[in-house]
Design a protein around this ligand. Sequence first.
Ligand SMILES: [Zn+2]
Length: 361
Amino acid sequence: MKSKLLIILLIISCGAFAQKRKTENIFIITLDGFRWQELYAGADPALIGKKEYVNDSVALKNSFWAPTPQKRREMLLPFFWSTIAKEGQLYGNREFKNYVNCSNKMWFSYPGYSEILTGGADDERINSNKKIDNPNVTVLEFLNSQPAYKGKVAAFGSWDVFPSIINEKRSGIPVNGGYEKVTGPSLTEREALLNELQDVLPKFWNSVRMDGFTHYYALEYLKKNTPKVIFIGYGETDDFAHGGKYDEYLKSARQTDEFIKGLWLWTQSHPQYKGKTTFIITTDHGRGTVPLDTWRSHGDEVDGADQIWFAVMGPDTPPKGEIKEPAQYYQKQVAKTAASFLGVDFSNDHASGEPVKAMRY
Ligand SMILES: [Zn+2]
């Protein structure tokens, strides 16, 4: 009798626990090669005044300089530090021995995004940025193969390799990447304008477009199609850094913060998303710090290029803000964590990163 009662109580409590989950939509957002150093300390004192990396250091300091790292990071990423730091969580501040690392040994983009989205490193096969169709199944593809999410998954990225990383062909997920236009029978006025502008504006890079296109294409898609799962990959930070333009790198980071704020506010004004949406934000790789010029680059020969960070916010995430406890996390944990917010157990034949438990109640 007692044990029966215990079992009934157990079932009830499990039911209550399961019901508690509020997330119905997941946004996975990335800033290419954006360093934890700037996320946690704002503009770098060693770089902000360097003539070779900055056009107008007086103007740049007006926008991004303050004596304390706390103030500088608020100036650089106002939404991260006013909202995510209060309502969500931020991982990877190495000052507190809170470490997030790539587990792949490549430390550049395709392997990084593949690790984020497939839940594991695959250094044997994923070891270049070539446009090869990912042999591994991403969490996006996994979700899109389930009835509850079929046709409700989409991806937008500034880099033209995302269709390969997400394996658009096999997965059936619409992946808009690089200078790809939006097509279809019922383009909104904004989509048509974005298509036109993308053709006529100067192109800074061959394989990466300006993030404004990625952002507004994604926003139009959200309004029109209300996907439950979306990946948005911003790219400018990495390309400005490679170009040695620290001023543009900072400005782009701040603009991306503003984009993410816009996405968040939009979700909170929409009945499908309000109070039911979790954002997971991260980066594909880090960059160097010492020697000084290695901030521009990354890859396995650059010390520190495997050092990354996570941010998360949503109705199922305890508002712990900046995590200051010593711990070690890996990039490969993002995929299963994202699925776990939806109550889905993501697996493929190589995903090994377990969900970050502290991200959920
Ligand atoms: Zn790069």
